[in-house]
Design a protein around this ligand. Structure first.
Ligand SMILES: Cc1ncc(C[n+]2csc(CCOP(=O)(O)OP(=O)(O)O)c2C)c(N)n1
Ligand SMILES: [Mg+2]
Length: 627
């Protein structure tokens, strides 16, 4: 306890405070907030910007600053970073008022949905209202205290606005708690009015002492553990579903041990893939709408589903059709009570690693019977050649996307990271990818946000400079957000970007066709004057040239053989390299033998829609409520 005070602006105090925060888990301590992304405008240039400038004057910088090219993208980069660091480290993002700040709202939603911590510092309107409305201020005639930053409230796990300097300490402490709470974490937003940022104040010097935030590993309540063990012990056809929580808790070892000890097969979600390596005897692949047929058959007949660190999205549950046994029960191990309770489960609220260790101890004398083990092994062995075939399809004249995935999977090293988020790639990847390391597979499928890929790749590479980061991005996503290539070039952060051009939305095109909407509006073409539709000739767009113009090295490939060679070159290059390949959007992909609930028009003049509606109503009958 010291009774000294320090004179600093609000922004200077904020930066000094952030530089003194540490996280701790399993005895390892590290800076909680090792850097700050930003884009300056009049809302933050002289406040947070000035404070950041002062903080760069030491070597190394007190709070290293990174200039991004788009505010949404910098939040994606921060998410990629925190996810790669298993939520033990977080980046801050500063934006100017108005559009700079609202550009971050999408990133905030993505972070919160994926349970990944980011610290967002949008700038806000004058607290004094000296000259309202200022440039970019929203005027709400019926609510004087509303600004555009109120849009962050529903997508943040913690929100505060600093109208007066005195509010800053309590807001910062609350923010750090949420950032380091594994159950509560997500986007944390502190809005900073532009005049308040620059305001001087006398701060207690204790505010700036080093602070260590312990990332908790809550243990299961003994009674809850007994209940969970009782349910699992009676299971004849149990199935574990590994979600992202397994990886964030670094519980992959504990999961493998439990699976080996009990013989219970492990299926994974998009966020959990890699928790168990693909060729592990208990691994059965992805589950749900884009999962593997073996995992989905096991899900259909499972009597007990053990969800670990999963939030049971509709893709995981195949819109509540995946688990079809009439008596199926769930045991959910999750650090968040909210997720543990899903599907009327027997909840086990605990850290994944602690919970899995406790389950293993309590299930010492339990093992699935030999027939069940032989059954799931046989099924997964039958699946292996299907993947092999898809990886080496020999599709002509343009290669299939599955071949590109196969080449990436075979060329990159076991510790290298593949990054994806939206389009047809996440589904194909979950179906086919063979993960060899818990951090190899980075697919953002909570928000499935087009534009995440390249931006997140940047953050992932910052978090793991010793790994190669291979971003896979479709032409649609690339067109939405590729500008962070410039940031990668400027910072000397090396990315390999596989740009798959299939001239539009292969994913939504296929979905549209399956739902009777005839691929309407899903390919990038000229408007045809006769049909009035976007089904004219191909556009003169050259995305490879675009990438070149942003400063990346570009390798154009036409065949899968050329692609493989180029990928090898990109891997050994020290510079950010885009490997460009065109693929056939209509090439075949193995089926997941699953379903996804996307409602079809109940009445229509189109026979294609009428047929799709009929199929929809049939499939809908298999949807369950787990009560
Ligand atoms: C920001 C955003 N807008 C819209 C969507 C809906 N959407 C999902 S996939 C997709 C098309 C993606 O196109 P592309 O990146 O070329 O991948 P492809 O489908 O061709 O594999 C769209 C529009 C989305 N996921 N994210
Ligand atoms: Mg595409």
């Amino acid at each position: 306890m010291s009774d000294g005070t320090v004179q600093l602006t609000v922004a200077q105090a904020l930066v000094r405070f952030l530089a003194q925060q540490y996280s701790e888990r399993d005895g390892a301590q590290q800076r909680l907030i090792p850097g700050c992304f930003g884009i300056f405008g009049h809302g933050n240039v002289a406040g947070v910007g000035q404070a950041l400038l002062e903080s760069q004057l030491t070597r190394p910088a007190e709070l290293p600053y990174y200039l991004a090219r788009n505010e949404q993208a910098m939040v994606h980069a921060a998410v990629g970073f925190a996810r790669m660091r298993n939520r033990g480290q977080v980046l801050a993002c500063t934006a100017s008022i108005g559009p700079g700040s609202t550009n971050m709202v999408t990133g905030a939603a993505l972070a919160t949905i994926n349970r990944i911590p980011v610290l967002l510092l949008p700038s806000d309107v004058f607290a004094t209202r000296a000259a309202s409305p200022v440039l970019q201020e929203l005027e709400h005639p019926g609510a004087g205290d509303v600004s555009v930053n109120d849009a962050f409230r529903p997508v943040s796990k913690y929100f505060d606005r600093i109208w007066r300097p005195e509010q800053l300490p309590s807001a910062l402490l609350a923010a750090m708690r949420v950032l380091t709470d594994p159950a509560e974490t997500g986007a944390v937003t502190i809005a900073l009015p532009q005049d308040v940022q620059a305001q001087a104040h006398s701060w207690p010097s204790d505010l700036f002492k080093k602070r260590v935030w312990n990332i908790a590993r809550p243990v299961p309540e003994p009674e809850a553990l007994s209940r969970a063990i009782r349910v699992i012990r009676n299971a004849r056809r149990p199935l574990i579903i590994a979600g992202g929580g397994v990886l964030y808790s670094e519980a992959d070892g504990a999961l493998r041990r439990l699976a080996e000890q009990t013989g219970i097969p492990v299926a994974d979600t998009q966020a959990g893939k890699g928790a168990v390596p693909w060729d592990h005897p208990q691994a059965v692949g992805g589950v749900g709408s884009t999962g593997t047929p073996p995992a989905n058959e096991l899900a259909a007949t499972a009597d007990v589903v053990i969800g670990v660190g999963t939030r049971y999205s509709d893709f995981t549950t195949a819109s509540r059709t995946a688990f079809a046994d009439p008596e199926v029960r769930f045991v959910n191990l999750n650090v968040a009570a909210f997720d543990a309770a899903k599907e009327s489960a027997t909840p086990l609220v605990a850290d994944a690693r602690r919970g899995l260790e406790a389950l293993a101890a309590g299930l010492a004398d339990y093992h699935v019977d030999d027939a069940y083990a032989a059954h799931y092994r046989q099924m997964t062995e039958r699946w292996t050649p299907v993947v092999e075939h898809a990886f080496h399809l020999g599709h002509q004249p343009l290669p299939a996307q599955t071949e590109v995935i196969g080449a990436v999977n075979e060329v990159i090293g076991p510790r290298d990271v593949v990054v994806q988020a939206a389009g047809s790639l996440p589904g194909d990847l979950q179906l086919l990818w063979r993960a060899r390391d818990p951090k190899q597979y980075h697919v953002e499928y909570g928000y499935s946000c087009m534009g995440y890929e390249i931006a997140a790749g940047l953050g992932i590479k910052m978090a793991a400079p010793d790994r190669e980061v291979v971003v896979m991005v479709g032409d649609g996503s690339y067109l939405m957000m590729s500008q962070e290539i410039v940031t990668a070039v400027a910072e000397g952060i090396k990315l390999t970007i596989v740009l798959i051009d299939n001239r539009g939305f292969a994913s939504i095109g296929a979905l549209s066709e399956s739902l009777g909407s005839q691929r309407f509006g899903t390919s990038y073409r000229y408007r045809d004057p006769e049909s009035g539709m976007l089904d004219g000739g191909s556009l003169p767009v050259d995305l490879a040239a675009n990438a070149e113009s942003l400063g990346a090295d570009v390798l154009r490939t036409r065949t899968i053989e050329e692609f493989r060679v180029a990928l090898g070159k990109a891997k050994s290059s020290a510079r950010t390299t885009v490997v460009y390949v065109e693929t056939d959007p209509l090439a075949p992909v193995p089926s997941s033998e699953s379903w996804w609930d996307v409602p079809v028009a109940e009445i229509s003049a189109l026979p294609s829609t009428q047929q799709a509606r009929e199929a929809y109503e049939q499939a809908k009958q298999h949807q369950r409520e787990y009560l």
